[in-house]
Design a protein around this ligand. Structure first.
Ligand code: OAD
Length: 251
């Protein structure tokens, strides 16, 4: 399943980076965006995930996000998330760059995470830009929209279509891709920019790029190694393999 080249590179590597997408949370029960049962099959992004839609109908957009938050609150990290935390502990310089807003990497215990598309559990004010916690958003007792103490509308702190990604986080992600000796692209269709450029950038800068996905993607022909399968199954096997190699080299 894992090439000798990958294992050798990982044995030598200090800097390892993992870009993750919705596929990593699929085995936890969080729907992906594309594909047969993807969210964008049943919902129209332009009505729900863009700022104009929010201003036009904030209640509809909030209802959709409340539904997603409830779903995400009910699910748990899966073995793929936990394996990534184990990988984090194995390398001097390991980070995760995620397009996911579901907070599951953090819930699994990951420490260094660059969230490119925000976090569904955080909100911010459209007027003063102040962040608020989930607990500050109350819907239950009234139909009123959640508001900031300044009176402005609160919105989920996620990146919507047409919006810029958090610039500092994006810079840190590209910096990590440039430093990476091994770069994983896991559970992402790799079609949404600028995240989709990260594996390309990493390889251009000399990283060994490995894709782990349930099916081939648009970057499969470009990466050094493409491993087809579920991340929740492959990542724990990779961790076990690395542990085994480490313990036999210590004997
Ligand atoms: P997609 O829904 O586009 O792609 C999910 C990928 O995960 C697909 O390539 C699947 O084959 C793969 N997959 C599914 N289950 C898997 C499993 N168990 N193990 C491994 N791979 C699996 O999701 P993203 O690439 O994350 O942006 O989408 C990128 C962005 O598009 C999202 O962050 C979101 C969306 O519009 C915003 O909302 C800004």
């Amino acid at each position: 399943m894992f090439s000798d080249e990958l294992i050798t590179r990982l044995k030598r590597a200090q800097t390892v980076v993992a870009l993750t997408g919705a596929g990593v949370s699929a085995e936890s029960g969080v729907p992906t965006f594309r594909g047969e049962n993807g969210l964008w099959k049943n919902f129209r992004p332009e009505e729900l995930a863009n700022f104009n839609a929010f201003i036009k109908n904030p209640k509809l957009v909030w209802e959709w996000y409340q539904w997603r938050k409830e779903l995400v609150n009910k699910v748990k990290p899966n073995p793929g998330h936990y394996a990534l935390v184990e990988l984090e502990a194995m390398f001097d310089d390991f980070c995760m760059i995620t397009q996911n807003v579901d907070d599951l990497h953090r819930k699994a215990g990951a420490k260094k995470i660059y969230e490119l598309h925000g976090n569904i559990m955080r909100n911010r004010c459209v007027d003063c830009n102040e962040y608020t916690n989930e607990d500050d958003v109350q819907f239950a007792e009234s139909d009123a929209l959640p508001r900031c103490h300044c009176g402005g509308l609160l919105r989920p702190d996620v990146v919507w279509f047409g919006e810029q990604l958090p610039q500092r986080t994006l810079m840190q992600a590209f910096d990590a891709a440039n430093r990476a000796e091994v770069f994983f692209s896991i559970g992402t269709s790799a079609v949404v920019q600028p995240a989709a450029s990260l594996p390309i950038e990493a390889r251009r800068a000399g990283a060994y790029v490995v894709e782990i996905n349930f099916e081939p993607t648009v970057i499969s022909h470009y990466v050094d190694e493409s491993i087809i399968g579920k991340s929740g199954e492959i990542l724990p096997k990779l961790v076990a393999r690395l542990r085994q190699d480490r313990s036999s080299s210590e004997e």
